[in-house]
Design a protein around this ligand. Structure first.
Ligand SMILES: [Fe+2]
Length: 321
């Protein structure tokens, strides 16, 4: 039986069938049994996200739904909640409830996109994000509340929206005066920075404890996988895709996936890395207590400053004054 699985589910002993017409891989044959983790790493390195395995010729995949087998969902519904635009355009709504509503509808929008991150859905998502970005750029009172109320529960959707809000706010402080930046595409990049996690097993993403080394290795692939997804769907421009690829790079070269250093990391990636770490620190996880924003910024300054571009970090601190 041929089964399509995510590359992250590949194990040694599985018999893999790569597309016959496909030449962009380093293996002698298209069909073979996986005998080492190195081969799996190679497949991922060549940008393949899903593969066919032949379960008659090798070990079977664990019983779990692949994306194709999941119960049909109605994707005809627009990714962008009707209410999001309504709330943003409501001139009478006070800044605080407006911020709360925009936050909630944005989380809903990310959740829908995660279920099916197709090119068409990413295109719709981008349209929804345009309104959120314009709100943050033009309405200081609401964007101030957005910064303060970002939820401190943690799941990937909430985290994506929080980093989106922090990222756009920081880009507004650093870049908005320069004409050359496409703030809408930039916003989409921040909100989608973790989109590669759609390919990582949910059991790893939601694990209520620290990850093992092997799990960390899988998790560290999400920047490259997200970058690949956005490249294939052609919905986010080259520079903004770098946010997804570089948001775990660190100024001192200790990040991943490429151990880039200093200003080799694109300014968009540098902005996202500060926003991402901050949100991780202020969020409650089963294995760690959350810090308040002041404690988080202090920890970043005292113990992690080498990870960040100094001026970007300083501008970030000013957002919370
Ligand atoms: Fe990430």
């Amino acid at each position: 039986m041929i089964k399509r699985i995510k590359v992250t589910e590949l194990k040694t002993g599985m018999y893999i069938e790569l597309p016959k017409a496909w030449r962009a891989h380093p293996f002698l044959r298209n069909n073979f049994t996986i005998t080492s983790q190195k081969q799996i790493d190679k497949i991922i390195e060549y940008g393949i996200l899903e593969v066919n395995i032949n379960e008659k010729k090798g070990i079977t995949a664990p019983v779990m739904f692949t994306r194709e087998e999941q119960p049909e969902k109605d994707f005809s519904e627009n990714i962008v909640p009707e209410k999001l635009k309504e709330v943003i355009q409501d001139k009478k709504m006070a800044p605080e409830p407006k911020a709360q509503a925009v936050h909630l509808h944005s989380i809903n929008m990310i959740g829908k996109l995660w279920e099916n991150p197709s090119g068409e859905n990413i295109a719709q998502f981008k349209k929804g994000i345009v309104d959120v970005v314009d709100l943050i750029l033009a309405d200081d009172a609401t964007s101030d509340h957005l910064l303060k109320l970002t939820s401190h529960d943690y799941n990937t959707y909430i985290h994506s929206v929080n980093v989106g809000v922090y990222g756009v706010s920081l880009a507004k402080a650093i870049l908005a005066k320069e004409d050359k930046h496409d703030m809408h595409a930039l916003g989409a990049g921040f909100f989608l920075h973790d989109v590669g996690k759609v390919y990582i097993d949910e059991a790893i993403i939601n694990k209520p404890g620290k990850l093992t080394e092997d799990e960390m290795t899988l998790m560290r692939r999400h920047p490259s996988m997200g970058f690949k997804l956005l490249t294939e769907t052609k919905q986010i421009n080259d520079e903004c895709r770098l946010i997804v690829l570089q948001h775990h790079e660190r100024h001192d070269g200790t990040g991943y996936p490429r151990k880039m250093r200093g200003e080799d990391i694109h300014i968009y990636g540098r902005i996202c890395s500060v926003a991402d770490v901050f949100d991780a620190l202020v969020s409650e996880r089963p294995y760690k207590k959350r810090l308040n924003p002041f404690e988080a910024l202090k920890l970043m300054r005292d113990e992690m400053l080498d990870h960040f571009h100094k001026e970007v970090f300083e501008k970030f601190v000013l957002l919370f004054k």
